[in-house]
Design a protein around this ligand. Structure first.
Ligand code: BGP
Length: 491
């Protein structure tokens, strides 16, 4: 009955740890705007045009004044963060996840000295959060490599960029370690495993030349990124041993379509694409299935003497991950080329799951998949986990009464929080917190749209850049406020 379900929910969620970090997540480039303010340089995302569903975002050579780039203004958080933080505080957030735009600190990426004005912006932002009792949770790079490094160095193809990232990380840890305890190195580092052009560009600043094998290039850039991450972890710990520095991965669990052993095996193999990066981050060494793959294909991924020691010395403290959906694979569908798109992660053999419905953007909705993911990641890594993204992207409209009713978002989040609580209370998973994605409306990463909204706070801006940027509370705002205030009891 509904009453029993309510009671079960209550006992599951009230047993969450007292210091559980309820929060909200964003990325600098999707929210801040002010893309050239305060001495900021252009980053790889600043040259992404607005796409739409089914219309991919284009990567332009430079910022072209004739093009519309949605990230340039985004939700204008750069100028409005005090107003927004007041709203976050009203909602009761305990933490706020965002990134430090690399190009505010190093506008080109290879300067000897950081940009003081950029550093001051994040001082002000973190101070404002802390004054409201909100703990900043920071990603060092959320697809925000300086454009100059991508253009002139080939991004993480170049080993020099490892050192440049180290310099950036060191400056951030030194400057903010008293204000920020929880850090992550690279956002969704494992996205690029499918070698989609957008993900290669935004993860690593890499474009593929004709005749190159994209997977080999991805692994080489990925190796440099893993080294950069390991060095950042070691530097951070050296500066302040109390810092908690995590990985950040996109976790889309891959289910076998059936109990046919061929489907089971197809799922095991496909899941390696999800696990490769976190395997190295957590264990500090390459998994044997990857070494076998390099050997089999005759790939040189640029591993030099001494790299093993660097990786081993930079193991992460926890694993942060995004969870939006699951994917299902079928062994005999593996050859169907049209199965490959952003949603399935370009996965060969991906097929629709008959037990699961999808959002308007075709993202499968699977709350149990979150409990499943928490268990799989915890079993595999035995480190604390942090759900740093989860949410429902949808079109929201302002009703005649001026309110924004978003019951589907509330349902999505409620069902996911229930499953999260079961993983903690029934399965014993150690979980630091939960920060739903896009707590305030922002630019969609994959499509570049504003109309694909995740927020509990509405921002008046459309896909073409029109609107007043005024903020309004959606129904989910009050709902989430009660969830947090009750420690998860009132869902
Ligand atoms: C993740 C990214 C975010 C984000 C989210 C939702 O991949 O870390 O930056 O935007 O997905 O995706 P989208 O905005 O395309 O709906």
């Amino acid at each position: 009955t509904a009453a029993t379900n309510g009671a079960q929910r209550m006992s599951a969620t009230t047993a969450l740890p007292k210091d559980f970090l309820w929060g909200g997540a964003v990325a600098a480039h999707q929210l801040e705007g002010g893309w050239d303010a305060g001495g900021k340089g252009p980053s790889v995302v600043d040259v992404l045009t607005a796409g739409a569903h089914g219309v991919p975002r284009r990567i332009t050579a430079d910022v072209d004044p004739g093009e519309f780039y949605p990230n340039q203004v985004a939700a204008d958080f750069y100028h409005r963060f005090r107003e927004d933080i007041a709203l976050f505080a009203e909602m009761g957030l305990k933490c706020f996840r965002t990134s430090i735009a690399w190009t505010r600190i190093f506008p080109r990426g290879d300067e000897a000295e950081p940009n003081e004005e950029g550093l001051r912006f994040y001082d002000e932002l973190f101070d404002e959060l802390l004054a409201h009792g909100i703990e900043p949770v920071i990603t060092l790079s959320h697809f925000e490599m300086p454009l100059h490094l991508a253009r002139e160095y080939g991004g993480f193809r170049s080993r020099e960029v490892v050192g440049l990232f180290e310099r950036f990380a060191r400056v951030c840890f030194e400057r903010y370690h008293t204000k920020v305890k929880y850090w992550m190195t690279f956002n969704e580092i494992n996205n690029q495993m499918d070698t989609n052009a957008l993900f290669l560009w935004t993860n690593s600043g890499v474009t593929i030349a004709p005749g190159e094998n994209p997977t080999e290039v991805m692994y080489r850039a990925g190796h440099h990124e893993l080294l950069a991450s390991a060095r950042a972890v070691a530097i951070g710990h050296e500066i302040d041993p109390s810092l908690q520095i995590g990985a950040m991965i996109s976790h889309v669990p891959i289910y076998p379509f059936s109990c046919d052993p061929a489907d089971m095996m197809a799922a095991v193999v496909a899941n390696r694409a999800r696990f490769f990066f976190p395997d190295v981050h957590v264990r500090g060494e390459y998994p044997r299935y990857a070494l076998k793959e390099f050997e089999r294909n005759g790939w040189d991924v640029g591993i030099l003497e001494g790299d093993a020691a660097i990786l081993a010395a930079g193991k992460v403290d926890y694993v942060g991950f995004s969870y939006y959906m699951s994917v299902t694979v079928k062994a005999d569908a593996a050859k169907e080329a049209d199965a490959a798109d952003v949603v399935t992660g370009g996965l060969p053999g991906a097929v629709p799951n008959p037990h699961i419905e999808a959002t308007e953007w075709g993202w499968p909705i699977d709350p149990v998949g979150l409990r499943y993911t928490l268990n799989v990641l915890y079993d595999r890594y035995q480190v604390r986990l942090f759900i740093v993204e989860n949410g429902f992207g949808a079109v929201d409209t302002i009703a005649a009464d001026g309110a924004i009713h978003d019951p589907e978002r509330i349902t999505y989040l409620r069902e996911h929080i229930e499953q999260m609580a079961l993983a903690v209370t029934q399965d014993g998973v150690e979980l630091l917190g939960y920060t739903p994605w896009g707590i305030i409306d922002l630019v969609s990463f994959t499509t570049g749209e504003m109309k694909k909204r995740y927020g509990m706070i509405y921002v008046d801006r459309d896909n073409e850049g029109n609107g007043t940027l005024e903020r309004r509370r959606k129904d989910s705002f009050e709902w989430f406020r009660r969830v947090i205030a009750s420690g998860g009891a009132h869902l």
